[in-house]
Design a protein around this ligand. Structure first.
Ligand code: RB5
Length: 166
């Protein structure tokens, strides 16, 4: 399988580990971003992975920063990207089955190498389920369009729960 992995300094060690592990397993892995522990900003790295995956070159990507949060927020700004921040194998599996996630985001400072390997292995081997989830993924794509926002059809709540009004 072909993959692209991007990381900042917070994810560099984890990304380096995963790159070696994936290559040893026979995957072709392109890398972008930090080349060491020196501080580097994550948004342009997320954008580089996002644009590559949005073009399908390659179709799947992995992003690692300290928490996984920054890279996921940034990658999801790229049209066509469904970046999922996963902390365990269940979220990794669901992000593929239900959301057809095409970028996996990991927190390099939050999980160890064994957990990262298990998450990545699960993510790569799990297929999108389709069915009702196809409609929802299509609705996510609609949000990226200037017109036809699916949220326009959701009525506002006129009498919010009083427990929430404070
Ligand atoms: C870098 O210190 C850290 O902020 C970054 O790796 C990431 O966790 C941001 O969300």
């Amino acid at each position: 399988m072909e993959l692209i992995i991007g990381c900042d300094h917070g994810g560099w060690e984890q990304a380096q580990h995963l790159t070696g592990w994936l290559r040893a397993a026979g995957h072709q892995v392109m890398t972008v971003g930090a080349t060491g522990p020196e501080s580097v900003d994550y948004p342009p790295i997320s954008a580089a992975v996002g644009h590559a995956v949005a073009k399908g070159e390659p179709a799947l990507g992995i992003l690692v920063c300290g928490s996984g949060i920054g890279v996921s927020i940034a990658a999801n700004k790229v049209p066509g990207i469904r970046a999922a921040l996963c902390h365990d194998i269940l979220t990794a599996r669901l992000s593929r089955q239900h959301n057809d996630a095409n970028v996996l985001c990991l927190g390099g400072r939050l999980i160890g190498p064994a957990a990262a390997e298990a998450i990545v292995a699960t993510w790569l081997e799990t297929a999108f389920e389709g069915g009702r989830h196809t409609r929802r993924v299509d609705q996510i794509r609609e949000i990226e369009q200037p017109e036809g926002q699916p949220g326009d059809q959701i009525p506002a709540i006129e009498q919010p729960d009083s427990r929430l009004s404070c």
